[in-house]
Design a protein around this ligand. Structure first.
Ligand SMILES: [Zn+2]
Length: 125
């Protein structure tokens, strides 16, 4: 990459840590960010969860997730710009762009710090 430094939205490595239930990404600019699966499910960007065109999504009407909703079944890359998780409840329409994930870096870190030492679902981040 010439001049201007590394692209902060380009991932170098994406890891799925099922033991700790978190997604970790190493970025081209040297940063590493991490997100709990539960945090990611709350942030599901699909129209059903997040709403669209002024309509509220269903995440606005729930206070807690069921364990199946944030247990990862599988995850696939979409081109080189996004990842698409399949959750244990069968939900698979959330496309998380790498730009979105990078933008959630700070919120994800705060969520991990807040969740440290607490077992089980914790409610809305
Ligand atoms: Zn969704």
């Amino acid at each position: 990459m010439a001049g201007g430094g590394a692209d902060p939205t380009e991932p170098v490595d994406i890891r799925y840590d099922n033991a700790r239930a978190r997604l970790e990404i190493d970025w081209a600019d040297g940063a590493t960010t991490a997100y709990r699966y539960e945090f990611l499910r709350w942030k599901c960007p699909c129209a059903e969860c997040a709403g669209e065109m002024g309509m509220p999504g269903r995440m606005q009407f729930v206070d807690a997730l069921t364990p199946d909703q944030f247990r990862l079944s599988s995850i696939e890359g979409v081109g080189n710009y996004a990842v698409r998780p399949t959750w244990a409840d069968g939900h698979d329409t959330g496309l998380y762009t790498l730009r979105t994930l990078r933008g959630l870096s700070e919120a994800g870190a705060i969520d991990i710090a807040a969740a440290a030492g607490i077992d089980g679902p914790r409610g809305r981040p």
